[in-house]
Design a protein around this ligand. Structure first.
Ligand SMILES: NC(=O)c1ccc[n+]([C@@H]2O[C@H](COP(=O)([O-])OP(=O)(O)OC[C@H]3O[C@@H](n4cnc5c(N)ncnc54)[C@H](OP(=O)(O)O)[C@@H]3O)[C@@H](O)[C@H]2O)c1
Length: 311
């Protein structure tokens, strides 16, 4: 449920953002009807089905006080919901991102479909609880759908608290995250010994370390998988700049390099949801299209890896 302190309407907010260009407002926000069926994947611990395309907020939503950027992100968020998106991933580590998401959600008609994912990123039980309370206020929600322990930080302290909050109904799912290869061994141990609903780590066409242990382990233990850094923080596009897509990418309904990278990830059967971050409406439209249509099979995925390595 959305915080009643957020009283601005979408119209009045956009009215204050004088720098929104007409091109931005006219940008196509919705995929053609026949394509707008996002693929869904079940969360193993509950069976609830989630769209494979989620959204990250690191850096892109850390824009408190910048009204032009807020106006642009209002459109990005509307495009995400209009195309069937639900899961938004944030963290207290991302500066003002949680507050910006909360403020923009107050204006967003798609907000009832929100699946709010954020993180606890501090040491100690008391500070962890205070931080989670703050995240709820900032996001303007009564229940956090997924609370994750960020980068394994003080996880042995936070995990029992998350269990208590889940029992009380303040959070619905428990997860843990990293984006560092050095954490993979510790994360593998946690997956084997603790009860989790979700795990989040990096996986992309250029960094496939998670193929070896984390993806199979998550599947064996019935844990949903969120994939961060699908574009290696954007650096994958440097490799493909000026390069056309191979003709065979049409075999899996792929029309851009972003879709090439995202479909590679989504096609892994053990991935539940991928969370690319963007500050642009046209990129959101592009990314959401990766979640519809055909996906590459195992042979095509191998071909995709070889092709990108050869560029
Ligand atoms: N330990 C953790 O828990 C952890 C660590 C890392 C990340 N995460 C989560 O994962 C999310 C994603 O990772 P990330 O933000 O580091 O990197 P990312 O999603 O791999 O890359 C984001 C970059 O890609 C660009 N981009 C997005 N869509 C594009 C498109 N269609 N065409 C061209 N460029 C595009 C964005 O620029 P534009 O703004 O110009 O589109 C941005 O610079 C984060 O936002 C965060 O929520 C979690």
């Amino acid at each position: 449920m959305i915080d009643s302190n957020i009283k601005m309407t979408r119209r009045s907010f956009l009215g204050t953002v004088g720098t929104l260009t007409s091109a931005m407002l006219l940008a196509p926000r919705r995929l053609p009807a026949k394509e707008s069926r996002l693929l869904l994947r079940p969360i193993p611990s509950s069976g609830e089905r989630l769209p494979v395309m989620g959204m990250g907020t690191s850096r892109t939503f850390d824009v408190q006080g910048d009204s032009a950027a807020m106006g642009q992100l209002a459109q990005v968020l509307a495009t995400f919901f209009d195309n069937g998106g639900r899961l938004i991933d944030s963290s207290p580590m991302y500066g003002s991102a949680e507050s910006v998401v909360g403020k923009l959600l107050g204006l967003e008609r798609g907000k009832s479909r929100l699946f709010a994912a954020t993180k606890v990123w501090t040491d100690g039980r008391t500070d962890g609880i205070a931080q989670m309370e703050r995240s709820m206020q900032r996001l303007g929600v009564d229940v956090i759908d997924l609370m994750q322990i960020h980068n394994l930080r003080d996880w042995e302290t936070h995990l029992p608290v998350l269990g208590e909050w889940k029992q009380k109904g303040r959070i619905r799912y428990i997860g843990i995250t990293t984006s560092h290869g050095r954490d993979h061994e510790a994360l593998a141990k946690i997956l084997q010994t603790e009860t989790l609903d979700f795990v989040q780590f990096s996986y992309n066409i250029a960094d496939r370390t998670a193929d070896e242990r984390l993806l199979p382990l998550a599947a064996d233990h019935g844990v949903a998988v969120l994939i961060n850094r699908p574009f290696q923080r954007g650096s994958l596009f440097k490799k493909t700049q000026g390069q056309g897509l191979p003709a065979w990418s049409a075999e899996f309904d792929c029309h851009s390099w972003a879709q090439f990278f995202l479909k590679f990830i989504i096609a892994h059967p053990d991935v539940t949801c991928v969370i690319p971050a963007t500050s642009k409406v046209k990129h959101m439209v592009d990314n959401m299209a990766a979640g519809v249509g055909r996906l590459p099979d195992a042979d095509l995925r191998r071909r995709m890896v070889a092709h990108v390595a050869s560029l």
